[in-house]
Design a protein around this ligand. Sequence first.
Ligand code: FPP
Ligand code: MG
Length: 334
Amino acid sequence: MKKAVTLTSEPASAPINPAALIEADLVQVERRLSALLDSNEAQIGEICHYLIDGSGKRLRPTFILLVYRACGGGDASVRDPIDAAAALELIHSATLLHDDIIDSGLLRRGRPSAYARYGFGPTLVAGDYLFCRAFEICGRFDEPLVLTAARACIQLTEGEAMEGRMRHNPATSLDDYLAIITRKTASLFAAGGKVAADLAGAPPLLGEAMRQLGDAVGLAFQMIDDLLDILGPEEKIGKPVGSDLRAGIPSLPMVLAAEHNPDLRKMFQNGAAHDDTMFHRALDILRAPDIIARARELAAAQVARAREIMTALPSSPYCESLYALIDEQVRREV
Ligand code: FPP
Ligand code: MG
């Protein structure tokens, strides 16, 4: 039996599991994902299964399925949001494979990344494969959905390129940072929100609101991700603490701290990773309580924006689960 939930707009006192109401749909997504990973080339399938099977938070599928239900989507056409959720998770997974190549990321989700285990070429091709599989699914939908997904991917690539351009650049402003994460992370959530609302048959205005909701959730998610990168611990975040600093990525704590700290700016510019003492000095500066508090405030502002947007939705248990999912973004430790 489904758990009873309160229908207030305030966070529930006892935290609810955001995925509880859509557990059966998520099982379908897992089946769909798994069936799509095998390839005529065994190593491609192996790499894809290695990344995707049994790990990952499935945050994007959970978000899409909850928005779909919260917008009034019913069981009859449930194959559509399941396919859309699988497609977006495949795109996300493709970007992770490519991102670990770009960032030289050797640890992902607590174990050697595909890049560390299989090397550059096979990981690159496996990412391409996942990307193609995603658009194979999208191909069964109408043009607007395919366009929404394609445009999110264009933004993803541009976000990654912009981040690359700003690496080791201590002049990266908060606006630059927001432009990067809007593209590299929030774009896929925004596309998910819009697609889910459209598939549920929501009016265009609600579809736009759900796009904005995805944008807010994606921004909050990435801000907290940046914070966890410096706070760790490694066992929880599944990757080495300070990876962004080592890679010269202008993460949120770096952008906030560098503005007022010429020493940090110099360390960031010269690459703090080369010198262990310098790396730990820089990490200490990034972990200053006021920097952490400001980063949390910025993420909380996106959560507040998300909650405001959600007032466009009718009250429902799915809506309540969405609130829980969104609030979890600022509390999460992984
Ligand atoms: C992870 O960010 C990376 C992204 C969210 C986007 C990566 C995008 C690309 C590699 C462009 C390629 C696009 C397609 C469509 C295949 P992060 O490095 O902050 O996260 P992490 O700490 O988990 O590595
Ligand atoms: Mg990375």
